[in-house]
Write a protein of this length. Sequence first.
Length: 127
Amino acid sequence: MSGTAVKTQAEIKLVTSEGVYLVIEDVGYFASFDDFPYLAALPSGQIFNVQYCGHGHIRWEDADIDLHAKILSHPKAFPIRMQTIKAVASEMGRRGGSVKSSRKALSSAANGLRGGRPRKIQMAVLT
């Protein structure tokens, strides 16, 4: 059987101030730091230490980061991606706060009948 063998590896080719250019299975991808901010935080010794796990899946073992070629080729199609704890908590709070349900409406109305959200008490500092 003749033909060329497909490389089954991943390699970082270039790191710029805007992102990382990497090759997975002979296909090049640019991972922008805007789309993948956790890659920007990797030290240079770790960013080049990428492992190919098969079927388009790559991993940075030292940083515990996993990515797939599908996410790299269409990052906007995967809006939930690994972020800092603070960013995730903020996003979850935003999404939870925007939920509209009959239960939430009833709870809000009942709270309003009791005077609404309790006022913060300002304490005087004695010197």
